[in-house]
Design a protein around this ligand. Structure first.
Ligand SMILES: C[S@@+](CC[C@H](N)C(=O)[O-])C[C@H]1O[C@@H](n2cnc3c(N)ncnc32)[C@H](O)[C@@H]1O
Length: 581
């Protein structure tokens, strides 16, 4: 195995600033890089790399150089972790799969590792299967569709284990012998599981080299689809996505069928010139809580407010019985996100509904809701199990990063009170509404930034018996870590969509913050990865259950989420702007 530092995250500042989707890749790769740094320190030789067989070499590949490589495993975000055959030098390669021997060309060097692009496969990966989706080899969404599902699960589980060992500083013995690390939970529905997809409009269809001759002219060349990985301005035209529901695919096909017609006068938004009208098409699928039938929300994100232009599409799509809501988010900024400054309901309702753990939730165009509803049921059941609620109605739950309140509300009927904290005001409004719709009166929701808490945080609610923490990718701020270390809650359930930051936070909570002379006071008692997003590189580090000191435990969920989410790709490109198409 290529080495990964056992203390690499100790080199990081207590909290990584601006840690976004893009940086999650670097966290994983950084693990390798820092591993080598550690070797360098030990050896006292700045150009020395320790290879797997213990040999040293001063081998640093040059940009443009071709190398023979073997992919060992998948790193976070699905990049293949490889090593140069002779030297063991670590490189990362997009779309390289475990067991694959190939020739790669070095595209960039990063500290002590390099990134390569694949030139030619010498021998195929293990566990390869035919990808059912025609776009799988180029689309940013399903990077591992051609890897058997069992192998995907193994790779995700290994990734979580490696991060918790090397970043979180837990030993294999603790994880395995003490039964802390549980086998990853399978997602039984492996296609059509996403309830939300965001497609982007673009002025040119991106085509792979071998298809360039198929380039069309004029509006026929307009694209509506998903981003090519790493490129905010390259849109792969997609007529159907195997991750979204059938009714959503019907809507996508209907839009694709007509929107390029010059008579409709649509122009796709150009992210370079900032001209054009149509930015994104977001499709969300919920359920009518009475009939159980699917209901679809169509959200057009446009650069200006021109409802007359959208009328043809609204009339066409509203004829589908599943389409119950057509929304227009107007986003006049040059940024290309889907959240508009203004939102208009062009047809039907402003929200759709979904049920989770027997409760009803209203979902508006931009509210956060777990994207895999089926697996969210599984996840929430595990959270409940790890929370170890007694059911006698005496316990207080603190629901940190509560979003629209789904986790806390699912627990509310078994506890005394739920206190939820969340930064987005609309999410707090939705959480209160969701409590009301479900007749829940023992939940209090407070809007606030958990990165900016002060010594007064905690004075407005009683000491919680159970803390649920479900931060987004950057994980928890040091201020919150310190609060939890002082709080000494009997139990914490940590739900995470980023195993790297989750492992870092587990380290702080259990082993302390040495730089600040603070001791840890929790014990990791359960680590449960859950596959929320098959075929994608994202891990829902399902549930990690930590228990204060000796007690019960925490839950930690490792998510392997879908990268198709356009906002993630935008984040990526903010860091490294590609050249125009
Ligand atoms: C992964 S989501 C979890 C939502 C919710 N627990 C659920 O399962 O539906 C993370 C949530 O944290 C919120 N959030 C992000 N940064 C925050 C901060 N600094 N303070 C409070 N909430 C924050 C986001 O708005 C988002 O709703």
């Amino acid at each position: 195995m290529a080495t990964i530092s056992s203390h690499c995250f100790r080199h990081l500042p207590p909290r990584i600033p601006k840690f976004r989707a893009s940086s999650s890749l670097s966290l994983s790769t950084l693990s390798c890089s820092l591993a080598q740094e550690e070797d360098l320190d030990r050896n006292g030789n700045a150009s020395s790399i320790t290879t797997t067989n213990g040999n040293s070499s001063s081998y640093f590949p040059k940009r443009g150089q071709t190398l023979e490589l073997v992919c060992e495993s998948l790193a976070f975000k699905g990049k293949g972790l490889c090593k140069v055959t002779d030297t063991g030098f670590v490189v990362m390669c997009d779309r390289a799969l475990p067991g694959e021997r190939f020739i790669g060309r070095v595209t960039r060097k990063k500290g002590n590792y390099a990134e390569v692009s694949k030139v030619k496969t010498i021998s195929p990966p293990r566990d390869i299967v035919d990808a059912p989706c025609e776009y799988a080899s180029h689309c940013g969404g399903c990077k591992t569709q051609n890897l058997s599902y069992e192998a995907q699960l193994r790779a995700k589980e290994d990734q979580v284990r490696e991060l918790v060992v090397h970043v979180g500083r837990f030993s294999h013995k603790e994880l395995e012998l003490e039964g802390v690390m549980k086998p990853i939970v399978t997602c039984h529905i492996q296609f059509h599981y996403r309830n939300k997809m965001e497609f982007s409009f673009g002025p040119y269809k991106w085509l792979p080299k071998e298809s360039l001759h198929e380039r069309q002219a004029g509006s026929d060349n307009y694209a509506l689809g998903l981003h090519v990985p790493g490129f905010f301005d390259k849109v792969l035209n997609v007529d159907k996505c195997l991750l979204q529901s059938d009714p959503a695919n019907k809507v996508l096909a209907a839009v694709q069928d007509c929107w390029r017609d010059p008579q409709l006068d649509f122009s796709p938004y150009d992210v370079h010139s900032h001209k054009g009208f149509l930015k994104h098409l977001m499709l969300r699928t919920g359920r009518d809580v009475v009939t159980g039938h699917p209901e679809v929300m169509v959200n057009f994100v446009t650069s200006s407010n021109k409802p007359e232009l959208l009328k043809f599409l609204v009339d066409k799509l509203s004829a589908f019985p599943e389409v119950v809501s057509i929304i227009n988010n107007v986003n006049t900024s040059v940024g290309n996100t889907s959240v508009g400054e203004e939102e208009y309901t062009l047809y039907g309702k402003s929200c759709i509904t979904e049920t989770l753990r027997g409760l009803t939730f209203q979902i508006s165009a931009n509210s956060f809701f777990q994207t895999n509803t089926h697996q969210a049921e599984v996840l929430y059941e595990l959270i409940e199990e790890y929370a170890g609620i007694t059911g006698d109605g005496s316990e207080v739950v603190l629901d940190l990063f509560c979003g629209t309140g789904t986790i806390g509300l699912a627990l509310a009927n078994s506890v005394k009170h739920v206190y939820g904290y969340e930064v987005v005001p609309q999410a707090i409004a939705d959480a209160r509404l969701n409590a009301e719709i479900n007749g829940i009166h023992n939940a209090t929701y407070v809007q606030g930034d958990l990165n900016k808490i002060d010594e007064n945080f905690g004075k407005n609610f009683p000491k919680p018996d159970i803390v649920i923490s479900d931060p987004n990718r950057p994980g928890m701020h040091m201020k919150l870590i310190k609060f939890l270390l002082k709080l000494k809650a009997p139990r914490i359930v940590y739900v995470s969509c980023n195993p790297a930051t989750c492992a870092r936070d587990l380290d702080y909570l259990c082993h302390g913050v040495a730089e600040q002379n603070i001791e840890g006071c929790y014990k990791l008692v359960g680590l449960q990865p859950v596959d929320m997003f098959p075929h994608t590189p994202h891990i829902e580090c399902g549930i990690t259950s930590l228990v204060q000191d000796i007690s019960q435990g925490w839950v930690f969920k490792v998510e392997i989420a879908a990268e198709t989410h356009a906002s993630l790709l935008h984040d990526l490109t903010n860091v490294c702007l590609p050249k125009p198409f």
